[in-house]
Ligand binder design. Structure first.
Ligand code: DMJ
Length: 636
């Protein structure tokens, strides 16, 4: 024994990396060799066996911990499984903290990258940077600074205040700062912002946290019990740059919004308004609060799809998950089962959970395969059989409308890769031309009628159909045929005339077009159809038409409609209300209801109609869901 104790020497093992430069090591190895030779063969076998067993155990433990999976027998295979529950909790907490910190670090790096990209863009536009020495302030703006006490893997970032840092990367155009105090608004935009603030104030005072506001009685009511007016309006507040209203809404969503309600909800309505609103708010702010709530809602809606045909039931209880057909009939509405795809797909993309997208893709593919009338579909479909009710009406109004809208928008959302959607849309436009498109007398206003029972033509058009000029124009902008734009232009004019020809300058809910040669008026309005619900479809189309053509007449029409809303639907000190009769300027009669889509859609599209900022909601980056909630376009 030359160095160390005999025991140490016996345990020393040469692993094969011989290095004779060190004499002491060499002598050690010699002595180990001598000891080994003195052992009996049984002793040698036992030692070899023990070493082998030890080696295998080490390899197994290391690989299990690395993979982090649980063995198929369900026994412990993570390090934490060997610890008692307190230690495990502590370890898991540390793990969570670490992940959180790394996320924050990643966010800071992302912002820095965006800032850098912006600076490069600006440099490219403005030429080389000046040699002026950077001031302290310049440096602050230059880069999001990590706090000085940050150490590797141990970030100590100050907590973010809600509303700070509200930027979203809009691709190569860089981030958009909705709450930039330097944002410029035209006088008309300011008037539209004021209308939003006015309605918000009334809702806040008399209906805060409730679904619906009744501005005459200054009361409220529930539909789904999820603060629908708030979640439907958040992104409008953001887009308009209304920070106070946004922060109030965000606070409510964070602290008070829950979907754990023993309540039957309509899958379509809650998807387009609440899920769409939350997703949009998430994309515009990157605030995880919205994403988490959207996910909770998505999970509670999934049971709808457990039908024999995979076509969803129309209703589901948010708490129990019990899904069923509507109380008033056996079928789901066609537009409802086909107007949830943009939202569910987006939810999958942001959560990396494919279940939502898969559920709605199955529906789209199923409907694609069903027989149609030149691309046109009946307005009812049965969730048990998966078949259309063939005797149902064909319309671009209620229960049919957004089936067509989402064919086009899904195709756009998925980077124009799903050709079957585009083809179905193109076929439907051909179907319109063959079966539904007519001109009125005497002014030859182009309109889209209906096929009652799927067969007999009716010259009836819901105001809802007025989304179609915008959708046709959007399709044209995305490369579809010129005649789509020609039809869009004529239909936009018709939709405007539905306002312009009324004594209040507000459109009725439904019109019939005169077909008789020699008739004096193009429009016939039945007494029960003369109400106005503050709907958005016409101003939505005016927004698209102006964006794509820059023709000022669309702004003039939009402004006239806005002024009519101000004149006939505004209630001093309270908000806005639907009215009963657009033909009676002396007595339009309030319905005592503010629909959430007035804030979500009507005012948003009006505000965007008057925006001259090309970076605000670029239509090659965002696609609006049917409730005007912008969602990102994914290049597949
Ligand atoms: C909104 O909820 C949506 O635009 C839907 O697609 C149709 N109806 C209302 C607005 O009119």
């Amino acid at each position: 024994m030359i160095e160390g104790t005999p025991r140490q020497n016996q345990l020393s093992i040469n692993l094969g990396f011989d290095d004779y430069s060190n004499g002491k090591d060499y002598k050690k190895r010699q002595s180990v060799f001598r000891v080994w030779k003195r052992l009996s063969s049984l002793q040698r076998s036992v030692i070899c066996f023990v070493l082998l067993l030890g080696g295998i155990s080490i390899i197994y433990i290391v690989s299990s911990v690395r993979k982090g999976h649980r063995g198929s027998y369900g026994g412990p295979s993570e390090l934490s499984d060997f610890l008692d529950s307190k230690e495990r909790q502590k370890m898991e907490q540390e793990k969570r903290d670490y992940i959180q910190k790394m996320k924050q670090r990643h966010a800071v790096e992302q912002v820095n990258q965006i800032v850098k990209k912006n600076q490069e863009n600006i440099r490219r536009k403005k030429g080389p940077p000046s040699r002026k020495k950077a001031t302290k302030e310049d440096k602050g703006l230059d880069k999001v600074q990590l706090p000085p006490d940050e150490k590797e893997g141990q970030l100590n970032l100050p907590p973010k205040a809600a509303g700070d840092d509200l930027v979203v990367d809009q691709g190569s155009d860089g981030p958009y700062d909705y709450f930039d105090p330097k944002r410029q608004f035209s006088e008309k935009q300011k008037a539209i912002q004021d209308a939003f603030k006015f309605a918000w104030k009334g809702y806040k005072e008399h209906a805060w946290g409730h679904d619906e506001y009744h501005p005459i009685s200054k009361s409220h009511s529930e539909w789904f019990g999820v603060g629908l007016t708030i979640v439907d309006s958040i992104d409008t507040a953001i887009i308009m740059g209304l920070k106070d209203e946004y922060l109030e809404a965000r606070e409510w969503v964070d602290k008070s919004l829950t979907f754990d309600k023993d309540k039957d909800v309509n899958l379509f309505e809650i998807t387009i308004r609440a899920l769409g609103g939350l997703l949009s708010a998430y994309h515009l702010t990157n605030d995880e609060v919205f994403k988490n709530k959207a996910k909770e809602l998505g999970d509670r809606l999934l049971p709808c799809f457990k039908s024999p045909s995979n076509v969803p039931f129309s209703d589901v209880n948010l708490r129990t998950g019990h899904a069923h057909a509507p109380r008033w009939g056996p079928d789901s509405s066609t537009s409802e089962v086909t107007t949830i795809q943009l939202e569910f797909r987006d939810l999958s993309r942001i959560t990396k959970d494919s279940r939502y997208e898969h559920a709605v893709d199955v529906v789209s593919e199923h409907v694609h395969k069903l027989p149609k009338k030149d691309g046109l579909v009946p307005i009812f479909i049965n969730a048990n059989t998966g078949s259309f009710r063939s005797s149902a009406t064909i319309t671009f109004g209620a229960r049919g409308d957004s089936y067509y809208e989402y064919l086009l928008k899904q195709w756009i959302q998925t980077g124009k890769q799903k050709d079957y959607l585009k083809n179905d849309y193109l076929q439907a436009v051909e179907g319109i031309k063959t079966h539904l498109l007519k001109e009125s007398e005497p002014s030859k206003l182009l309109y889209i009628g209906e096929l009652l029972g799927g067969r007999s033509f009716s010259p009836k058009m819901d105001h809802l159909v007025c989304f179609m000029p915008g959708t046709l124009a959007l399709g044209h902008q995305n490369g579809l045929s010129n005649d789509h734009m020609e039809i869009a232009t004529k239909l936009a004019k018709t939709c405007y005339e539905m306002y312009n020809k009324m004594p209040t300058k507000l459109s009725p809910e439904i019109v019939y077009f005169n077909q008789a040669p020699g008739a004096s008026d193009d429009l016939i309005v039945k007494p029960l159809d003369a109400h106005n619900l503050l709907r958005p479809e016409t101003v939505e189309s005016l927004f698209y038409m102006y964006r794509f053509t820059q023709d000022k007449k669309y702004r003039e029409w939009g402004w006239q409609i806005f002024l009519a809303f101000m004149k006939y639907t505004k209630i001093e000190g309270a908000g806005f209300s639907s009215i009963n009769n657009v033909k009676s300027p002396g007595n339009p009669g309030f319905k005592d209801k503010l629909e959430s889509f007035f804030l979500a859609e009507t005012l948003k599209y009006l505000f965007l109609l008057f925006s001259d900022d090309p970076k605000l909601m670029p239509l090659d980056k965002f696609v609006f869901n049917t409730e005007a909630h912008p969602l990102p376009i994914y290049s597949e």
